[in-house]
Design a protein around this ligand. Structure first.
Ligand SMILES: [Zn+2]
Length: 145
C-alpha cells in the first residue's frame, strides 16, 4: 500500500488488530516514516476446517497469524510477510466448503519455506505429521551445511 502522506513510499504493517468485521492495521511508510491507520472489511470466509481427529471448526485466520508469529521470531520474516501468507491461505481456501487443517498447514509451510528455512522448520515441527518426518530431517541437515 502507498503512503497516505508522501504518496510515494511503500508501507509496512507494524500492528494488526482484528475486530468483529474489520481489520485495523497500523502502517509505517518506508520513505517518510509517517504512520497511519487503515481499516479493511473482513471478507467473511465460511470455510470449515477439519482437524486431525475429525473435529470441525470455523476457519480463524488469527490462529494462523499467531502460529506464524511464533515461528518467525528472530528471523528476517516480517509482519508484511505474515499478512501475505495469511492472504494466500484465505485465497486458496475461500471457495471451498471444508478443508483439512493439514491442508492449511501445507500452504503455510510452502509459503514459509520460500522465505526462511528456520521459520519453516519451527512451523513444520508444530504441524508435523509422520509422513513429513523424512523431509523435516532433510531440512535440518541442510541447515547444518
Ligand atoms: Zn510516506
Amino acid at each position: 500500500m502507498k503512503c497516505h502522506y508522501c504518496e510515494e513510499g511503500e508501507t509496512r504493517v507494524v500492528d494488526t488488530r482484528e475486530r468483529k468485521d474489520k481489520i485495523k492495521r497500523r502502517r509505517e511508510c518506508k520513505n517518510c516514516g509517517k504512520r497511519f491507520t487503515t481499516y479493511e472489511t473482513v471478507e467473511s470466509i465460511n470455510t470449515k476446517v477439519e482437524k486431525d481427529r475429525g473435529d470441525i471448526e470455523k476457519f480463524k485466520e488469527d490462529k494462523i497469524r499467531a502460529g506464524l508469529k511464533k515461528a518467525v521470531q528472530k528471523t528476517p520474516v516480517t509482519s508484511d510477510d505474515i499478512e501475505e501468507i495469511v492472504e494466500e491461505v484465505k485465497a486458496q481456501i475461500k471457495q471451498k466448503e471444508k478443508v483439512s487443517s493439514k491442508h492449511i498447514g501445507d500452504i503455510v509451510k510452502s509459503e514459509l519455506r520460500s522465505r526462511n528455512k528456520v521459520a519453516y522448520i519451527r512451523f513444520a515441527s508444530v504441524y508435523d505429521s509422520f509422513e513429513d518426518v523424512e523431509m523435516f530431517q532433510k531440512e535440518v541437515e541442510a541447515l547444518k551445511e
